[in-house]
Design a protein around this ligand. Structure first.
Ligand SMILES: Cc1ncc(COP(=O)(O)O)c(C=O)c1O
Length: 312
């Protein structure tokens, strides 16, 4: 086992819990991997560490060199955490269009944050503007760009999710379900399980309002972290056996319900994954096991309306 310094050793080896009543009678067991147990509260810690360690291993990143990234906040927080421990200065380009909690979290870990102002939210030019500014900083500083959207090391980090699940559960896993953005976390969850049990039903989850993997047109939804409006490269016909489309309303309702009935506290994408996992569990029936993932904690969504109402 690789020994990592300080809090880096807190990444991975997250717990998995079985939902006790939410799936209902006549359903398979549903297990949820609690990725909020990672040090910054998100499975992005795994991919941030993999991006830095990959660059170190290839000699692309030297001690003390500045790391540069554009981010909406979760990846940036994980990267700031890893860079703080390893002693790399971090320059982040982000925007006030993203949650205040996420921007402050990056500063908490010592990142140097530059904001591209947007008064109209996340508009189509925003991410390209952030990417362009990050490229300028790389030029100016001789920094190392982690370039999360195009970095293949991210997959190495996420594979730990599936590898751990193969040994954490007793017996065969019959279903593996996850919400998809770039698809890295989904692939990290499903691939090791499929290698071990080829009959596992791998299920990708997408927003019903933007069900492009199901062949529908892209649209607007509020399930953060995915539903990017195109089929990501990692999602090929061989990568999955089933697609589940979950609406924003169902994802939110599921997140609220599992918080209140099971104490499993997640954001919208975790709600979508759990809703789809329960559908699969009902189809497979008792005597089977389905796994899914809580990407991060509900704590990251308190400023929005997911948990704002007291009685829905
Ligand atoms: C909260 C949340 N859920 C799900 C995802 C999807 O992960 P991936 O992009 O690896 O498919 C992300 C990634 O940004 C996320 O932040």
């Amino acid at each position: 086992m690789v020994h990592r310094p300080g809090a880096l050793s807190g990444i991975g080896n997250t717990p998995v819990v079985k939902l006790s009543s939410f799936p209902g009678d006549g359903a398979a067991d549903v297990w949820v991997k609690l990725e909020a147990a990672n040090p910054t509260g998100s499975y992005k810690d795994r991919m941030a560490l993999a991006m830095i360690e990959g660059a170190e291993a290839r000699g692309e990143l030297s001690p003390g060199q500045t790391v540069v990234e554009y981010t909406g906040g979760s990846t940036g927080t994980s990267l700031a955490f890893v860079c703080a421990i390893k002693g790399y200065p971090l320059r982040i380009v982000s925007s006030n269009a993203f949650a205040e909690e996420k921007l402050k979290s990056m500063i908490a870990f010592g990142a140097d944050l530059e904001i591209i102002r947007s008064d109209t939210g996340i508009h189509p030019r925003l991410i390209p503007q952030m990417q362009e500014r990050a490229a300028e900083i790389v030029e100016e500083t001789g920094g190392f760009p982690t370039d999360q959207f195009n970095n293949l090391d991210t997959l190495d980090g996420y594979l730990g999710i599936g590898v751990e699940l193969v040994t954490q559960l007793d017996g065969e896993i019959h279903g593996a379900v996850a919400y998809v953005g770039v698809g890295g976390a989904y692939t990290g969850l499903t691939r090791p399980i499929h290698d071990r049990w080829p009959d596992v039903v791998r299920t990708v989850v997408e927003p019903a309002e933007s069900a492009v993997i199901s062949g529908q047109p892209p649209g607007t939804h509020r399930i953060e972290g995915g539903g990017v409006g195109f089929v990501p490269q990692l999602i090929t016909p061989d990568s999955h056996d089933r697609v589940e489309a979950v609406s924003t309303d169902e994802a939110f309702a599921t997140a609220r319900a599992v918080a209140r009935t099971e104490g499993v506290w997640t954001g919208p994408s975790g709600g979508a994954s759990i809703a789809a996992a329960v559908r699969l569990a009902r189809d497979l029936g008792p005597g089977h096991q389905v796994v899914t993932v809580q990407p991060d904690s509900g704590l990251k969504y308190l400023s929005g309306d997911l948990y704002a109402e007291s009685n829905t």
